[in-house]
Design a protein around this ligand. Structure first.
Ligand code: G6P
Ligand code: ZN
Length: 545
């Protein structure tokens, strides 16, 4: 099939700045003439023509509404991921696009800044004329010939490669044994995202889980009308099945439950009537990886977390003498460390966990990691009469050994952007006088430790020396507690303020409290210090995780 290429003139469109994880907007915004074309061409321009010419580029995504149109329309054969991750999908919801680099990881800021600059000056883009639509639902190769020669478009099933990779990392036999034990029970909720396709292949076909253990595992363009974000608020069905819902279902919950977001990179881990915070999850995986996961049998190169993630991982790193890094929010910051062989396991409070097997967080990997740890801890218990070591047992033992980081996050979604900015400016201004802050803190609650320092987080990448500023406002307390305020970089409308609250408890006899009770003094301080209600007009957060 021979086709011609013509040059289409265009003009810049406002607001095409990639956020924490690519460009995310409502579908109707993406459907505007030239919107997607401008962004894709600006990306090609940022990568430079030499790099793009003759390249093999991959296009994939979470299958949300508008994905098919975007693949055809962009004519890309490249590292583009069509997803708005955990944001809802459908004609009136969100679409997104991000570019990933040769190493498989999200483009660094140096590239996304260039993309944005290009979107402000773009004048034209080349486009193929009369190119037949490629049927992306059928596996196979289509060959084309353009003005610069021949090229192929290959539609392939990424699940094949993924299953192979997982089998080289984990001991599938031991997980299969766990899943087939009558003492164990399992449930997986893909929230109608792309994880459903993988879940069937891996959990049912490879590991022998029952079909009935899969919830919402048929991928849908609009995620069944849901909000595909695996947390206690949005993964309602799983939460109820695991016995964490408001009303008792009367059915004994499974021993293990997990959920994924739209593009399957996030994960939530639950035990029976028990929630594992993402910050604890990465710390527990790091603490147990070497014995439980064959891929790590020779040891961990290092571990890393994002700044707002609790310091549970820090304590494990210290105790196991591992290299440790604290990076800004955004998975791209882990990639450099991994490429340089400095980090094996990393995680974020935002339900992302992963390792250096790829350069993105990996929701299914996280579930397999937990199943491996459970299989390992239950080596002796599956056959005999002994009691199963549960998710809750593992977490409580971890707290008893390393101490517990009580942790919660308050999100104020779709707040007026100007007001959100004012709140942040107010918090930065307060930081100029710590004695003044402490006077206010003591006035609000006398039972809270003093603030020892406060700043805006800044990161110098140890590999390439690049500096990222204004990565969140921190208030650090003398007892290790922290308050962090950040504006989300992944929303598509207004601003989302995130407030992260953390308190460290070393005393093993005090690690079993209710989290909201332990954190209530700090919550009080955070809300009053920031004048949250005054600035946002909100008396309560949209979501608490
Ligand atoms: C995406 C990124 C994560 C990041 C998260 C937080 O999921 O891949 O690395 O932690 O967004 O985004 P936020 O909305 O807090 O900027
Ligand atoms: Zn995601």
């Amino acid at each position: 099939m021979v086709f011609k290429v013509s040059l289409v003139s265009t003009s810049p469109i406002d607001g095409q700045k990639p956020g924490t994880s690519g460009l995310r907007k409502k579908v109707k915004v993406f459907k505007q003439p030239n919107y997607l074309h401008n962004f894709v061409q600006s990306t090609f321009n940022a990568l430079t023509p030499e790099k793009v010419k003759g390249a093999t580029l991959v296009v994939s995504g979470d299958g949300r509404y508008y994905s098919n149109d975007a693949v055809q329309g962009s004519k890309a054969t490249g590292g583009f991921i069509l997803t708005a991750s955990h944001n809802p999908g459908g004609p009136t919801e969100d679409f997104g696009i991000k570019y990933n680099m040769e190493n498989g990881g999200p483009a660094p800021e140096s590239i996304t800044d260039k993309i944005y600059e290009n979107t402000k000056t773009i004048k034209e883009y080349p486009i193929a004329e009369d190119l037949p639509i490629v049927d992306i639902s059928a596996i196979g190769v289509s060959s084309f010939e353009g003005p610069e020669g021949k090229f192929d478009v290959e539609v392939f099933d990424s699940a094949d490669d993924y299953v192979k990779l997982m089998k080289s990392i984990f001991d599938f036999e031991s997980i299969r044994k766990l899943l087939s034990s009558p003492k164990f029970s399992f449930c997986y909720d893909a929230m109608h995202g792309v994880a459903g396709a993988y879940a069937h292949r891996i959990f049912v076909e490879e590991l022998g889980a029952q079909e009935s253990s899969l919830l919402n595992c048929v991928p849908k363009e609009d995620f069944g009308g849901g909000h595909p974000d695996p947390n206690l608020t949005y993964a309602k069905e799983l939460v109820a099945r695991m016995g964490l819902g408001k009303s008792d279902t009367g059915v004994e919950p499974p021993e293990f439950g997990a959920a994924a977001d739209g593009d399957a990179d996030r994960n939530m881990i639950l035990g029976k009537r028990f929630f594992v915070t993402p910050s604890d999850s990465v710390a527990i995986i790091a603490a147990n990886a070497v014995g439980a996961i064959p891929y790590f049998s020779t040891g961990l190169k290092g571990v890393a977390r994002s700044m707002p993630t609790s310091a549970a991982l820090d304590v494990v790193a210290k105790s196991l003498n591992l290299k440790f890094f604290e990076v800004p929010t955004g998975w791209k910051f882990f990639g450099n460390l991994m490429d340089a062989g400095m980090c094996s396991v990393c995680g974020e409070e935002s339900f992302g966990t992963g390792s250096d097997h790829i350069r993105e967080k990996d929701g299914i990997w996280a579930v397999l990691a937990w199943l491996s740890i459970l299989a390992h801890k239950n080596k002796e218990t599956l056959d005999g009469d002994a009691k199963l070591v549960t998710v809750e047992d593992i977490v409580r033992k971890h707290w008893a050994t390393y101490g517990r980081h009580y942790y919660t996050r308050y999100d104020y979604e779709n707040v007026d952007a100007g007001k959100a900015k004012e709140l942040m400016e107010h918090l930065v201004k307060l930081q100029s006088s710590i004695p003044e802050v402490n006077k206010m803190v003591k006035g609000i609650r006398s039972d809270v430790a003093n603030v020892s320092s406060a700043d805006e987080f800044e990161y110098k990448d140890p590999v390439d020396g690049s500096i990222s500023k204004h990565q969140g406002i921190r208030y650090l307390f003398e007892d290790g507690s922290r308050l962090v305020f950040r504006l989300s970089g992944t929303g598509s409308e207004g601003a989302t303020i995130r407030l992260y609250i953390e308190q460290y408890e070393k005393d093993a006899s005090k690690t079993g409290r209710e989290s909201h009770e332990a954190l209530s003094p700090l919550v009080d301080i955070a809300l009053k210090l920031s004048k949250m209600e005054e600035f946002t007009g909100r008396s309560a957060p949209t979501v608490i995780t």
